[in-house]
Design a protein around this ligand. Structure first.
Ligand code: FAD
Length: 290
């Protein structure tokens, strides 16, 4: 399977999707099926998230391994907030055994009782995890970035300097937090490049397919919801089929505008919904050739 740094080295548009692992064994089969259905679309890669406290670690590596076995490059996330060097070594060993070559190195959200990582923690930031993974083998490592600024950052300039540290530590590509207003992304890309961050950046797009997701997404990401988007939720929020159609159309429109303006790498938060991934891939079939 290809390394994501190679996949993103082309100027050609790419389209990747994300799935999240089940919390319990009984849901495993359903998630695995969703991931493999998405794999049949031949996306550029599929990422698999990681439970912040590591509780679903085994499922992340199992699903990412299955995706790779089915001929699609997989990206397994790994967080360090509740980890130490020993548990990261163990995770890396399993990733290697499963044929996973790409890792998204993350700190993870701090537990509610902490405002920063304990002084004696092995890893304080994603950049620490990145350099550690780098020293442990031939993984291609990516990191997260935040067009609207990470909520803990003192300010957006400081946040970008911290992204630069992540790249200097060995991150070969970045994936953004979801955003719903493209001008925020265009501005962010300008500031990243001006700060000397030159690695490829995948724009994270979340198709909102039901009204409840709106509140959850704002809570999770703190993203600005443009009036044009909120009007759509107002109008169609009570009609699930119409909301799904409108949410997919909005995400498609966002993606086409990004690609038209030179942002060629698109990562869709497809949330274990193959039908949403398929609809978006179909809408873009002559724009992003998979
Ligand atoms: P960091 O890069 O460590 O940044 C955290 C804060 O510390 C920021 O404010 C930053 O400015 C600051 N900082 C960073 N480096 C330094 C430094 N060297 N010195 C000083 N300050 C620094 N969470 C999960 O639990 N599982 C997942 O699978 C997952 N996947 C994600 C995928 C993407 C694309 C994104 C955008 C987020 C994801 N998250 C996931 C959420 C993520 O874990 C949280 O946003 C978390 O709060 C920050 O993680 P990070 O890796 O960006 O941390």
């Amino acid at each position: 399977m290809a390394k994501i740094s190679e996949i993103l080295s082309t100027e050609k548009p790419t389209l990747s999707f994300e799935v999240f692992p089940p919390k319990t064994e009984d849901k495993y089969e359903g998630v695995e099926k969703a991931a493999l259905d998405i794999a049949t679309l031949h996306p550029s890669f599929i990422s698999v998230t990681y439970g912040a406290n590591g509780g679903t670690r085994r499922y992340t590596s199992d699903i990412a391994g299955d995706i790779a076995k089915n001929g699609v490059s997989s990206l397994a996330h790994l967080t360090c907030v509740a980890s130490n060097k020993e548990s990261v070594d163990e995770a890396l060993k399993i990733y290697k055994e499963k044929g996973i070559e790409n890792i998204l190195a993350l700190r993870g959200d701090l537990p509610e009782n902490l405002t920063e990582m304990p002084k004696d923690a092995d890893f304080h930031h994603a950049s620490d995890l990145t350099s550690y993974i780098k020293s442990k083998g031939d993984f291609c490592i990516g990191g997260a970035c935040y067009p609207e600024g990470h909520p803990e950052a003192a300010n957006k300039d400081q946040d970008i300097l911290n992204i630069k540290k992540k790249v200097e530590a060995g991150c070969e590509f970045l994936t953004t937090q979801m955003f719903f207003e493209n001008s925020i992304m265009f501005n962010y890309m300008y500031r990243l490049r001006e700060a000397g961050v030159t690695v490829p950046v995948c724009a994270g797009i979340m198709p909102i397919t039901n009204a409840n997701q709106v509140k959850r997404s704002i809570q999770l990401s703190g993203s600005v919801m443009p009036p044009r988007f909120l009007a759509l939720v107002d109008k169609f929020g009570d009609n699930p089929k119409a909301m799904k159609q409108a949410g997919i159309a909005y995400a498609t429109d966002q993606i086409i505008d990004l690609i038209a303006n030179g942002i060629n790498h698109i990562h869709v938060y497809s949330m274990n919904k193959p039908e949403v991934a398929e609809a978006i891939a179909k809408n873009l079939s002559d724009i992003v050739v998979l």
